[in-house]
Design a protein around this ligand. Sequence first.
Ligand code: AMP
Ligand code: MG
Length: 411
Amino acid sequence: MRPFKSTISLDEARRRLDAAVRPIDRRERVGLADAAGRVAAADVVSPIDVPPFARSAMDGYAVVAADVSRASKASPARLRVVDRIYTGQPSAIALRSGECAEIATGAPLPDGADAVVMVEETAHAGDDGVDVMAAAAPGQNVGRRAADIGRGDRIVGAGDHLTPARVGALAAVGVTTVEVFAKPRVAILSTGNEVVEPGRTLAPGQIFDVNRFTVGALVAAHGGVPEPLSAAEDTVDAIVASLDACASADVIVFSGGSSVGERDLVVDAIAKRGEMIFHGIAVRPGKPTAFAKIILTPGVPSPPTTPFFGMPGNPTSCLSNAYILLVPFLRATARLPPHQPRRVPLPLAGRIVSATGRHQFYTVRIEDGKAVPAFKGSGDITSLSRADGYIEIPADRDVVEEATLVDVLLF
Ligand code: AMP
Ligand code: MG
């Protein structure tokens, strides 16, 4: 055993990670149906006016406003109905004074008309007449051409996160594809002689690979493309060979073997391929976490480096640190806005004794308006799978008493 010489604080780990982020530069073009959740790589300028024509904002009558400028219930203005205008069917008639046209919401305003009177403010008068019982001013109930978007307006800027509404703005101007930043490719690999693929039969001493799937799911949920590799044996050569297989990745995440045991060889593999940025964080779970810059193209002058996370093998430690360290790093790499977990203040349903000197992420379930401690151990995936969120217990605190109001951060 080679004990941890020292650990760094969570804040320091976050600072070093922030400093190592290189936002992705690769771009690709995607169809509008696949654009939501992506990040625009270029400005998009509208080629048209929206709406492309003046249109009615109400079901009612298109009128010449001057004809009804003094209309009221007591003295209605009588107009002759000369057309019916539905959506998608412009009128061939130009309105003259004393005339009006029945019009549907969204239908193009006929020439000559400059206002729309709501149907509720009118009454039929004979076969082709209508009484207008409220005054209208020019422009009333009319959506003027380009009121929403003008031709040449920038509707999406480079770097904008494409929310459903921004995809809607692109659709409104008739755009069919959009240039976006590529999703970072994240190579994911589990190390350990005992780790086997789900679906196989377990031999004595073996366990199924959990981390590849938890990390993969989280990567996909936060803007990355998970690229799983098959598990590596606990030899430096096998781990180095696995690293070499990650040359096309933007981020590498290995789990297992990151501690200081004899079979924890990730540190030795890093020494052969790159530079350690930190090893050991004062958090619980997840202390034996390494972060490094790996060089996969030796011989090239000033070779590019690939960020490497060496996560602990324990499933809860691995996933907890993936949430806390990998997700912010990946989102920044993908140029996505930071993830803001929802916080709910709740009274704690039991007493928690925490490890002093380490910032603890303690999982809880929410039951009957209370935060119920759910943490079993770092090795138990159910510490997380049966939890709704977690609370943070700072390094200088060792006990949180029952009934304390705690901030639960929801997964
Ligand atoms: P390690 O970090 O390699 O010392 O592993 C710590 C513990 O996590 C050991 O009990 C391993 O068997 C277990 N473990 C390691 N990798 C995985 C994995 N991918 N899925 C589930 N458990 C794992
Ligand atoms: Mg191991």
